[in-house]
Design a protein around this ligand. Structure first.
Ligand SMILES: *[C@@H]1O[C@H](CO)[C@@H](O)[C@H](O)[C@H]1NC(C)=O
Length: 384
């Protein structure tokens, strides 16, 4: 009898231990296979031992509720799926998850489908068939955002209903349901019934980034951990990682379901006046495009470290994030130092783990001298 008790105690201690191994949710985005030179990122570049979950992004949604393969490049990208699945040979615990939505998908179709029981049923069926076809382990919904961008007020309740129907169907087959949700408090107030969302998801990936960027006309870091003394209004003081996560917790989200969203990229500006690089200084739009990401206003960490190593790095000790300056160029981003602070913050709040957007902009080739995947390695090193 006592031997059995000891065995049981040992077994439950072991279960607690394995459950506390943090989630490291990594986005693989299909379009990165078209980047030039050392920016090209394919499934063969994924390290299967640095992530617990790999998300394939993105598929879209048809107005009738069916899964939509977004484009020809997406079809090519789906050929990568076989390679992603083969990563399980190297890490049998790895989960591969299908991700639907993203910013470019908008909100209107999701609003239409979520409002209609028949379309919701089509969506659930279509998602299950797609996941079954590619032998994936779960589904992730990135509806950006309910009640916004062409959505309707009813979306807040319909989102929870949709999640509930997806979760029942997925969980019945041993599959998980997750969602990417906003980390901006104003956006959350518009979009979410947080207790309802939390109850109907297996993991909540909070996108704790894009608080500032070239969509504004002044300097701001895209993902500060904490506020700056230069933040003045109540809203400015909440546009940071800590405030966004605290809002989810205070509103009734289950911390053991929350993964803190981290970026391996940055957002950039062209200063209006090179002599004034402070937060809230006026800007003339985004900074120069990088050679791989090729978009004004954003930059990958792999581009910062390879092409701007000689720029002045400034550490903001209030916000716990770095930026780089050269002439009129101001690049806010995350590096090993800031990610360590963010992971330690996630640990301190007893969160389930972290989500990383995205694999392709870490220095995955190790061209900057810190070995391959310096950011992902830092995250794994400090995550409880
Ligand atoms: C540029 O910024 C510096 C420092 O704040 C200031 O002294 C200077 O007057 C500014 N120049 C212009 C043209 O606004």
């Amino acid at each position: 009898m006592s031997k059995l008790l000891i065995l049981l105690t040992f077994a439950s201690a072991f279960m607690v231990l394995s459950a506390s191994a943090g989630n490291v949710v990594c986005y693989f985005t299909s379009w990165t296979i078209y980047r030039p030179d050392n920016g090209k990122f394919t499934a063969a570049d994924v390290d299967p031992n640095l992530c617990t979950h790999i998300y394939y992004g993105f598929v879209g949604l048809r107005e009738d509720g069916g899964v939509q393969v977004l484009d020809d490049w997406e079809l090519t990208g789906l050929e990568e799926m076989a390679h992603l699945l083969s990563l399980k040979d190297q890490n049998p615990n790895l989960k591969i998850v299908l991700s639907m939505g993203g910013w470019n998908e908008g909100s209107a179709k999701y609003s239409t489908v979520a409002a209609d029981p028949a379309r919701r049923a089509t969506m659930v069926q279509s998602v299950l068939e797609f996941i079954d076809k590619y032998s994936m382990d779960g589904f992730d919904l990135d509806w950006e955002y309910p009640c916004q961008r062409g959505g309707h007020d009813e979306d807040k309740a319909n989102f929870v209903t949709l999640l509930g129907e997806l979760k029942s169907a997925l969980n019945a087959k041993g599959l998980i349901l997750t969602a990417a949700v906003s980390g901006g408090i104003a956006s959350c107030k518009l979009s979410y019934d947080i207790p309802g969302v939390s109850a109907n998801l297996d993991m909540i990936n909070v996108m704790a980034y894009d608080f500032h960027g070239a969509f504004e006309s002044w300097v701001g870091h895209y993902a500060p951990l904490y506020p700056s003394h230069l933040d003045e209004t109540d809203e400015q003081k909440t546009l940071n990682v800590a405030a966004g996560i605290q809002y989810w917790l205070d509103s009734g989200a289950d911390p053991s379901k929350i993964n803190l969203g981290l970026g391996t990229y940055g957002r950039t500006f062209t200063l209006a006046n090179a002599s004034n690089p402070d937060l809230y200084a006026p800007t003339y739009g985004g900074g120069e495009a990088g050679p791989y990401t090729r978009q004004m206003g954003v930059i990958g960490y792999n581009e910062v470290c390879a092409y701007h190593s000689d720029w002045t790095r400034v550490w903001d000790d209030e916000q716990k994030v770095p930026h780089k300056i050269s002439g009129t160029q101001w690049f806010g981003y995350d590096d090993e130092e800031s990610l360590r602070y963010k992971v330690e913050f996630a640990n301190s709040k007893n969160l389930a783990g972290v989500m990383i957007w995205s694999l392709d902009t870490d220095d995955f080739r190790g061209l900057c001298g810190g070995g391959p995947y310096p950011l992902l390695n830092t995250i794994n090193q400090y995550l409880n």
